[in-house]
Design a protein around this ligand. Structure first.
Ligand SMILES: Cc1cc2nc3c(=O)[nH]c(=O)nc-3n(C[C@H](O)[C@H](O)[C@H](O)COP(=O)(O)O)c2cc1C
Length: 564
């Protein structure tokens, strides 16, 4: 583990292990974080987990699209909730975790999904605990979602008594969805830094789930007090007998989805304990790599140090946050893009054109989406209970009417002073003219920062060739001190959620965005003048005009059903 490296003592606290892992997995100009350094094709993991022998419930794939406008995703109460059924469960997974295209070059094809993933390796697995539903199952059950088939694998049946106990504190019509990670899928390519990427991917998937729920008129909240052990047990991830030699999954999070959640959320996680034991499970997990996987003890160590125990749910006050009117100026209630096209059409790009500019209005709108509102916190921020811990350092290249330079968005308005203190003292912290009054956006320093943005993003041109790129700066040590070492994962989740919104907002503006997990950590801090270890960059992103790769052919994700 980490003590073998001399970074921590044998009796190091969980927080010390987290900090040591974070330091150890930084990319530096002179040295990247440890990885194999080449692609070992012999151990390439299968991106699709299957439970061999489990019943497969195929979900319908209608061709016809749904007309819900994209902007309406953010005005959730105005979308009438769909009833829970085969059709709505199918749409929910289609919008959150399904395949959205196959790409082809020559004889090689590969799938892409609604949720993005570092290196397209897809470590995140999805599970659902559903009530008895016509054409899905005669009793409540635990399912694994199989994206290649767009189907549910029935892992375990829950009798009526268990289902009633499990859901007694939840509103009528609720169900649960869990996420887990196969760390090996990312570690295969990225080595020790892979734990970070797995958590980013969980954050993207969490936002995808929230957005999918919003498209169906449903609410979704993270059940943040549930322990990882409870979740493993509920999802059957702790069952040695079903995994044998197959690569294990680590439980990440559980969400509650409901057509109508009361303002005060269920706080009781007790009914969830031990609900996996005593059930009849079916299916054996497939082995993902044909040969033995390489072990990365640093990942095991940080996974152990960030294990979540049962806790009280986080409750925080958002009354000081801006209202929707203050944040957007005029709230957005129009647009031609449908939610479905934004969700299913979302795509990263491998190159940006270095010329496309966006309007200030579009820029302000994108940033406003990243800030929770005072009333109902605004989708998707209503899914997580903590105040923003991720703030944004921006490299602005081409926004019409806005000087190029370095900017900052404090996603929690109360943190402006803290950010001022930790960043370069010569930054000017000027409010941006014409910016909506509630948007905490500041100019720090004018100037062409294209080369700087590219350099700190591991030399990736997409960071300098976009309209803007950004570093997500976490209020790191204070978060660990406040919520415990397990919250290290939540910081990446929050960053992933920010990224998922940027992806969809780029679709809305007719451009593209791309997540950037490869950046040089300390040089990013130096760019903002951050010396203290208390604040750390957790993710990068770029947004701009894409250069399409004309060698690629796009094929449909599935054989869709013709309308009757
Ligand atoms: C956490 C994360 C980190 C990523 N890092 C990079 C990166 O450093 N450079 C890059 O070009 N793309 C990066 N991507 C984009 C992925 O390569 C992309 O999501 C994946 O190939 C799937 O394509 P899609 O987003 O179009 O579905 C990243 C994506 C995620 C989610």
């Amino acid at each position: 583990m980490l003590e073998r490296t001399g970074l921590v003592e044998g009796n190091a606290s969980a927080e010390e292990v987290v900090v040591a892992y974070h330091e150890r997995t930084k990319h530096h100009f002179h040295r990247y974080a440890a990885s194999l350094g080449y692609m070992d094709w012999a151990t390439q993991p299968d991106p699709f987990r299957r439970y061999v022998g489990a019943d497969l419930v195929r979900l319908p794939l209608p061709k016809a699209g749904r007309p819900l406008p994209y902007w309406q995703l953010y005005t959730n109460p105005s979308v009438p909730p769909m009833s829970l059924s085969l059709v709505s469960v199918s749409l929910f997974f289609r919008y959150s975790l399904s395949l959205t295209a196959w790409k082809q070059v020559g004889d090689t094809t590969w799938p892409l999904r609604a949720n993005p993933s570092s290196g397209n390796l897809h470590p995140t697995e999805g599970y659902a605990v559903l009530p008895a539903l016509d054409q899905i199952g005669a009793t409540a059950a635990v399912y694994h979602y199989a994206p290649r088939e767009h189907a549910l694998e029935r892992r375990a049946l829950l009798d009526e008594k268990r289902w009633a106990e499990l859901t007694e504190s939840f509103p009528e019509g609720s169900f649960l969805v869990g996420l887990s990670s196969v760390h090996w899928r990312e570690a295969w390519k990225y080595g020790e830094r892979a734990f970070r990427y797995c958590q980013h991917d969980v954050g993207h998937a969490l936002a995808s789930l929230r957005i999918a729920a919003a498209a169906l008129g449903w609410s979704l909240v993270l059940l943040d007090s549930v322990s990882d052990d409870t979740l493993s047990c509920l999802l059957g991830l702790d069952r040695d007998e079903d995994f044998a030699a197959a690569e294990r999954e680590k439980a990440d999070l559980l969400v509650l989805i409901s057509p109508d959640l009361p303002a005060s959320l269920p706080t009781e996680s007790k009914p969830l304990t031990a609900h996996g034991s005593g059930l009849l499970w079916q299916g054996m997990a497939n082995t993902l790599s044909p040969e033995n996987s390489v072990e990365w003890p640093a990942i095991e160590a940080v996974a152990q140090a960030t294990l979540r125990c049962e806790s009280s749910p986080i409750k925080e006050d958002f009354s000081g946050f801006p209202s929707e009117d203050e944040l957007f100026g005029t709230p957005i209630r129009q647009g031609l893009l449908t939610a479905e096209r934004a969700i299913l059409g979302r795509r990263s790009c491998v190159a940006m054109d270095g010329t496309t500019a966006i309007s200030r209005a579009a820029f302000f709108r994108m940033l406003a989406r990243l800030v929770p509102t005072q009333e109902r916190r605004a989708m998707p921020w209503d899914a997580i209970p903590w105040r923003p811990r991720i703030h944004i350092g921006l490299f602005v290249h081409r926004i019409d009417g806005l000087a190029p330079g370095i900017y900052a968005l404090a996603r929690d308005p109360d943190k402006v002073d803290n950010l001022k203190k930790v960043m370069h003292s010569e930054f000017c912290w000027q409010r941006v003219p014409d910016c909506p009054p509630g948007l905490p956006l500041y100019l720090l320093q004018e100037g062409d920062c294209r080369a700087l943005a590219t350099t700190v993003s591991c030399g990736q041109d997409i960071a300098g060739d976009g309209a803007f790129s950004l570093a997500m700066i976490a209020d790191y040590m204070d978060s660990l001190a406040t919520y415990g070492s397990g919250f290290y994962r939540n910081l990446f989740w929050e960053a992933g959620m920010v990224g998922q919104l940027l992806y969809l907002e780029a679709e809305e503006s007719g451009i593209r965005a791309t997540g950037i997990g490869c950046y040089f950590d300390d040089p990013v801090h130096a760019a903002f003048g951050i010396v203290s270890r208390e604040w750390q960059s957790f993710y990068h992103f770029t947004v701009g005009g894409p250069v399409e790769d004309s060698r690629l052919t796009t094929l449909p994700a599935y054989n869709f059903e013709e309308e009757q």
